[in-house]
Design a binder for this molecule. Sequence first.
Ligand code: SF4
Ligand code: SF4
Ligand code: SF4
Length: 294
Amino acid sequence: MEWDKSASLLLEKVPPFVQKTVREKVETLARERGKTHVTEEEVIAARESFMGKQQNATSQTAIAHKPIDNKKLSILKKYSKYFDKDGNPVLYQIKTCRGAEAHCPFLIINSNTLADSIKKRMEDLEFTEKLMDKTEGQILPHHTMKLAVAGCPNSCSMPQIKDFGVHAIEPVCVDSESKCIECMKCVETCREEAITIKDAQVSINMEKCVHCGLCAKVCPSGSIRAEEKKYRVMIGGKVGRHPKFAIEILPQSDESTTLKALEVCVDMILSGKTGQRFRTLIEQQGVEEIKKRI
Ligand code: SF4
Ligand code: SF4
Ligand code: SF4
């Protein structure tokens, strides 16, 4: 199917590894609309349809145990992202990467899986209700909690700039029982230049390794082996006037410990003064103290 120039320019802005999938979705939509060529209109419609689905899958459902104080929400009402499809407020946003949908070759764990568990825990903790209760006056966008999950260390959903950010990892190790055949595939694959092969001896520099798991996938001899998939958890990232990257609190965590870390962070936010930034709370309490609570 032909694409006009403006539609093609929009497609070029999509990351290369998902362009094929996006092209197919847009062309399907154009055909459903009886079009013989793709215009900007179909690209935008496909994007909106996709974003709507993603938001429903990863964002939230507010629990409305109490009547809602609408006066507190008058500023947030300008933005649909702070409300679920039934119009209930949801005072947190969970961003996920699109690795699973796009069949991303780097995907370690589908980010929607952990995002669903986080959403459920946020509902169980009644975060939205409690934040509404404790906030005096208007609730502003920066009072809401920002979370992100990514399916691999490439971190497309930007967990490093969120209050609570997670990406999947696949740690690797050298299996000395298997004989390296010196094919050098691992060395060519590793973008971090973390692997050295000398006289069929494999060495991985763990200071450089980001646990993407790719070397284990290409190793034909099993000399480099993937271990259990885990999550790396970071907290306190922020943008704005004084941007800061999130601080790692759990380098290799399972889902249960990750959710426990979430509970600790939620408790800190709900116990803090209205409007106090989460990063400031972290710096006041100290990361080591926070780790002890997990
Ligand atoms: S974070 Fe990783 S898995 Fe997710 S879309 Fe980006 S590259 Fe793919
Ligand atoms: S896991 Fe990734 S970063 Fe680590 S050594 Fe293998 S390819 Fe390199
Ligand atoms: S890919 Fe495996 S067999 Fe090939 S050089 Fe690396 S460790 Fe050795």
